[in-house]
Design a protein around this ligand. Sequence first.
Ligand SMILES: Cc1cc2nc3c(=O)[nH]c(=O)nc-3n(C[C@H](O)[C@H](O)[C@H](O)COP(=O)(O)OP(=O)(O)OC[C@H]3O[C@@H](n4cnc5c(N)ncnc54)[C@H](O)[C@@H]3O)c2cc1C
Length: 418
Amino acid sequence: MKISKREIKQKFINIISTIEYICLKLKRTFMSVDFNNTEIAFHLKSDSELERAYFLFKMISIEPLVRIGTAATNFALKAHLPVEGLIRSTVFDHFCGGVNEDDCLPTIDRMYASKVYSVLDYSVEGKGEEHKFDSALETILKLIEFSKDKAALPIAVFKPSAFGRFELYQKVSEGQQLSTAENKEWERIIYRFEKVCTSGKLNDVKILIDAEESWIQDAVDDLILKLMQTYNSDTLTVYSTLQTYRWDRLDYLKKIHARAKEFGFKLGFKIVRGAYMEKERQRAKDFGYKSPICETKALTDALFNATTTYIFSNLETIHVFIGTHNEESTHLALKLMNNLQISNADSRVWFGQLYGMSDHISFNLANQGYNVAKYLPFGPVKDVMPYLIRRAEENTSVAGQTSRELDLIKKEKRRRNI
Ligand SMILES: Cc1cc2nc3c(=O)[nH]c(=O)nc-3n(C[C@H](O)[C@H](O)[C@H](O)COP(=O)(O)OP(=O)(O)OC[C@H]3O[C@@H](n4cnc5c(N)ncnc54)[C@H](O)[C@@H]3O)c2cc1C
């Protein structure tokens, strides 16, 4: 049988389209998102901002410099030496949005234009008095008001220690008897949590509650679980945080998941590895109890991934905010989404990074339509210093994140010929 030229051409086109379709499928399955695309990662950074980031990461990669710099900065701030300008133009501007929420607006808008959402993070830490807790409550409520009509700000966040005395959380966690005054104080903490969640629910702003030291977490967990029961029905408002460097967290998740299913409410969780490892280990050593932290990084990683897998198998009842700068864990989540045919923009799944870090993950994910939000810290320079010091410390060569940031910045500098 003779085949016409037209038929041959058509067959050829069919074969090419089939190959194209298979390649596309394979690309989606195996390549996931390309985190090495530095053009997308840094497209919001001007040449001079890129140079500043390069200089900054180079400096904080030198561990002794971070140690001496931290001590010198703390001293200078306490002695009221004029160093705020220097801090602002370097580390502050890189990791923070400004001193107040209005200051942050240009950054929020710029990121939102690239489909990256912001989570305004009032990063003032360690205030131990009642009027400060009330003022922190006012600030968070104001932030929810500020966020409610802004599509770029769908989420608000707070730390439990911003709303109550650390020692009281500890006493409640340890099941200690509270005095009448302490009971009243505890009720005020519950009131602050409830106020924020009610306002979040009314204004359609999700509330993430950060996790801190393990020895105050039981009290926080019990409190949040009750809030989830009240506020997480059809829509989800309240998200707690699971730190997977704690070896008991997946069991904890499974336990409360059973309870949520029994009582018909949903769970919201931010999953992170955890930021207080040294402190946790030191305390366990000092008081002679078994450390709550996994013995190795590999175990923490395995638990992070197992927790992610568990949540994705139960997305009907657990929504997730994946807070990580780890590429492998992010790829795992993408693979699970692909396998389970969860669309990129599924509102039950969010990815999150900190402002000033891992733009290669945030912007490349957002570019592919995933939900991505960056924590955008703000506050007076001297008050956000503990936050900045933690960022500098986790970016030293010892902690090991910097080399990846530096490599990517160098790659982008080469691409731009600067
Ligand atoms: C959006 C966002 C929100 C966050 N919120 C919180 C929060 O509420 N509470 C909180 O505690 N942290 C929080 N973090 C910080 C987080 O816990 C990690 O410290 C940080 O993100 C680094 O972990 P990683 O997954 O990005 O990457 P990686 O660099 O892969 O992991 C580093 C982490 O691994 C763990 N680790 C390192 N060495 C060891 C070891 N030898 N043994 C066991 N474990 C080890 C530590 O947790 C360390 O921080 C948040 C981070 C992000 C991005």
